[in-house]
Ligand binder design. Structure first.
Ligand code: SF4
Length: 347
């Protein structure tokens, strides 16, 4: 287990000058480990069918008003092989928990990408059976994004998060033990969440065999039971991101698009200032985007222009090395190895 800093309740509550200093320290830790570079990946959302029923998500199975779709792999392959922005080094293929889409869309798409591009491939497909994990890996994916969502077991159960928490953690450990680079994530600001429950997310993340982790602000989703709950506090969310960076200078930490829902116009760039080093351009075909209802129908789509402008405005530059290559090489972008960087971060 790696532990440069143990996040505290005071850290989550910091504001004003103390908050600025916290975020600056986190950005410096990221720069020491990775340089002033960020990974740029594209996401394609291939299916909004989901067999799970998370209370915070509009794609939950009990949302009967949602028009469900599965994209065709040929359409996505054409898009990614011939029209992928030059800055993109990796693709994340994402869906609700939909094994049929994994077989019919995702696996053929990965095979095409492997054959025709050098793009690194991540998948974010939920808890699948172990045979499907093997098929995805054989097709050419190397990074699995599977969020543990909530560390507190009772909150996990009350939010109807996927399966049982024990099962979810078993999936994370199974994937890591079978050669996947595993990135996870948790939600901040869920209704009724205490500081103790929030801090448990850091402890659990640090115990798991991960190479990256995200922090997502709770957004009261359209067509969910939590539609009237208050949105997560952006400052607390950004403090969590900074604390996560200081706890794990070696992890890849994304700036998630929901930051711009939590604070329109500014949240995303503020996320980059906390040491986030992965940004995502949304390439989902326009006809599907509004039905990929993670939060709101009125989505804030991260286009290439928006992403590259935010990256440049924060004095960062796109990595030319893909995330998949970075993990494979096991070295940081500035050429130092993890143990050297750890020593710097602790100093
Ligand atoms: S969060 Fe994921 S697993 Fe849960 S309902 Fe939404 S798409 Fe399904």
């Amino acid at each position: 287990m790696y532990n440069c800093l143990t996040p505290s309740a005071d850290m989550l509550q910091s504001r004003g000058e103390a908050q600025e200093a916290l975020h600056k320290r986190a950005a410096e830790a990221a720069a020491r480990h990775f340089g002033r570079r960020v990974f740029i990946r594209a996401v394609v959302e291939v299916s909004n069918f989901c067999r799970e029923n998370c209370a915070y998500c509009g794609m939950r199975r009990e949302n009967r008003s949602l028009a469900r779709f599965r994209a065709h792999h040929e359409q996505l392959a054409e898009l990614l092989v011939h029209h992928c922005p030059a800055s993109v080094t990796d693709v994340n293929i994402q869906a609700g928990e939909d094994p049929l889409a994994v077989r019919e869309v995702v696996i053929p798409l990965i095979q095409t990408l492997r054959r025709e591009t050098r793009l690194g491939v991540s998948v974010c497909l939920g808890s699948m059976d172990t045979r499907l994990y093997s098929e995805l890996k054989a097709a050419g994916a190397s990074i699995y994004i599977i969020k543990f969502e909530i560390a507190d077991p009772s909150l996990y159960a009350s939010m109807q998060s996927p399966g049982t928490q024990e099962e979810r953690l078993e999936h994370i450990r199974h994937l890591a033990a079978n050669g996947w680079q595993v990135s996870s994530g948790f939600i901040t600001g869920l209704p009724g969440e205490t500081d103790e429950q929030m801090l448990a997310n850091f402890t659990l993340a640090n115990e798991l065999p991960l190479v990256g982790c995200s922090v997502s602000p709770f957004i009261p989703g359209d067509e969910t039971p939590l539609i009237n709950a208050p949105m997560a506090d952006i400052n607390r969310t950004l403090n969590c991101m900074a604390a996560l960076r200081l706890m794990r200078p070696d992890w890849v930490i994304p700036a998630v698009s929901a930051l711009n829902l939590a604070e329109p116009g500014a949240g995303y760039r503020r996320g980059l200032r906390t040491g986030a080093n992965l940004v995502t351009i949304n390439l989902t075909p326009a006809e599907f985007r509004d039905d990929y209802l993670l939060y709101k129908r009125d989505r804030f789509i991260m286009t290439e222009d928006r992403i590259l402008s935010a990256v440049a405005a924060e004095g960062l530059s796109p990595s030319t090395q893909s995330l998949a290559e970075f993990y494979q090489a096991g070295t940081s972008l500035n050429g130092s190895n993890a143990s050297k960087a750890t020593a710097h971060a602790v100093a």
